[in-house]
Ligand binder design. Structure first.
Ligand SMILES: [Cu+2]
Length: 153
């Protein structure tokens, strides 16, 4: 049954990709959405994405909703006295006009608090990105192997 679910999600992803490609009016592009696979039991998981703004107006990513976890926070990684710490990004994050926001290992990341199931490499999950101007935009995250990327967060 698990296998079937995976295929259904993959098909949904393909269908969704087609819809998005036809949406010529969108000035925001959501790219490279992925999350790191987790062990069987994990209190948190890390996710990443890039938002590219081709428009003349800045937007703001307010929050990310998904059924995959109890909640998703946006975190930044800061270096303090040679120690890497995570800090929650409050009030959303600005996507500059003709600019981009990058969540990637070692820097900004999404913190999936309380994943409802283990994240298995090769699977996908859906999330909704809520922007101040562009509104709600759906995205599919690909789960990649635990050692993908250089850093744990
Ligand atoms: Cu974090």
């Amino acid at each position: 049954m698990k296998r079937m679910t995976g295929w259904a999600l993959a098909l949904a992803l393909v269908a969704f990709g087609g819809v998005q490609a036809g949406n010529a009016g969108g000035e925001l592009r959501i790219e490279n959405t992925w999350a790191r696979a987790t062990p069987a039991v994990a209190p948190v998981a890390a996710g990443y994405l890039t938002v590219v703004n081709d428009g003349d107006t800045a937007d703001r990513l307010l929050r990310i909703d998904s059924a995959i976890a109890q909640r998703i926070e946006m975190h930044q990684t800061v270096h303090e006295d040679g120690v890497m710490r995570m800090r929650r990004i409050e009030g959303g994050i600005v996507v500059p006009a003709h600019g981009r926001v990058v969540f990637a290992p070692g820097g900004n990341h999404l913190m999936l608090i309380g994943p409802v199931r283990p994240l298995v490499a090769g699977e996908h999950f859906e999330a909704t990105l809520v922007f101040e101007r562009a509104g709600a935009r759906k995205a599919s995250f690909e789960v990649r192997a635990m050692d993908a990327g250089a850093h744990r967060h």
